[in-house]
Design a protein around this ligand. Sequence first.
Ligand code: PLP
Length: 375
Amino acid sequence: MECIPVASSWINPEMVDYVADAVAHAWYENANLYHERFEKAFSHYIGTKYAMALPSCTSAIHLSLLSLGIGKGDEVVVPDLTWIATAAPITYVGATPVFADCDEKTWCISSDAFQECITPRTKAIIPVDLYGNMPEMDAIRDIAHDHGIAIIEDAAEAIGSEYHGKRSGSFGDTGVFSFHGSKTMTTGEGGMLVTDRKDLYDRCLVLRDHGRAPGEKMFWNAEVGYKYKMSSMQAALGLAQLERIEELVERKRQIFTWYRQNLQSVEGITLNCEPSGTKNSYWMVTAIFDPKFGLLKEDIMRMMKEKGIDLRPFFYPLSSQPAYAALAHAQEAQVKNNVAYRISPYGVNLPCGMNMDKQKVEYVCNEVKQVLKGE
Ligand SMILES: Cc1ncc(COP(=O)(O)O)c(C=O)c1O
């Protein structure tokens, strides 16, 4: 067996043709042709009024915070278990991240923990649809609504997931997506901000174009803003990928099913959940191993690497990271967030790139079983 990477994308000749067309034609007065088609198709797919193509999901979170008027002195609640991109933009705007514990089953932010984190300074929550799993959105929305707290749904990892019939990304004041190379749908690098709120959409249009309002004369800037634009080539690839989104998501679900069939009989392995009323797009097939095996995620990764199989560690709690060492909230979270600190040391993402077939999944599962036996 050749080396098995943890992620890989699905690019077909039609998608390459779209990019080639953008390279040949989408310049200057035609520079936005693919953006317009991509954004329209994307908002239609998610079920929101507006969609804005951006260079990354991180920039989409940054613009969301800015457009909501969040800044110095404000607090924003985030799950302790996520990629730092969820939280870093909170620091960019001068606000403070507050790390909430995770739900035992979904691994996403727990609604009870969110409630406990609320103070008079809390202005927003950024729930994350972790690895494709959906958080308890109804409870989170009720609490946020009762306290006048804005929601930025970080659906970076969850295109195609659903909760009670609604698509991931459509639950907040804004929703944000990543099209990084590892994602189910990719543009190499890239992101999207979606919203139903015209006020936020209009504000983001200005902020992302160096403070220039759409239609304003050239080189005329009302304020100092940011340069957050996606290229035409990326937008063309995004459109082509979106046109195949059902197949991409189905492929992820098929890969997860093969894993479940192979691993469900092993006592002590917990895989991603799909509570009733939700659809999981399983961006990353994730396994948590019972501590009884006596193996930390780093041990498992090392042993699998020796067999030519690449894994990723479950995210480390943000509150444990050197980046937040000086933050009092992080020190409190280290003591409080029992679930996050219990799960993270024993979790890995298994190879689930678009190139995985049944035979490769069987091979990975057999090797996992060997590793658990200490072989
Ligand atoms: C949960 C989460 N949020 C945000 C991001 C940031 O996405 P990007 O790399 O497109 O900025 C990622 C990317 O991996 C992510 O996993």
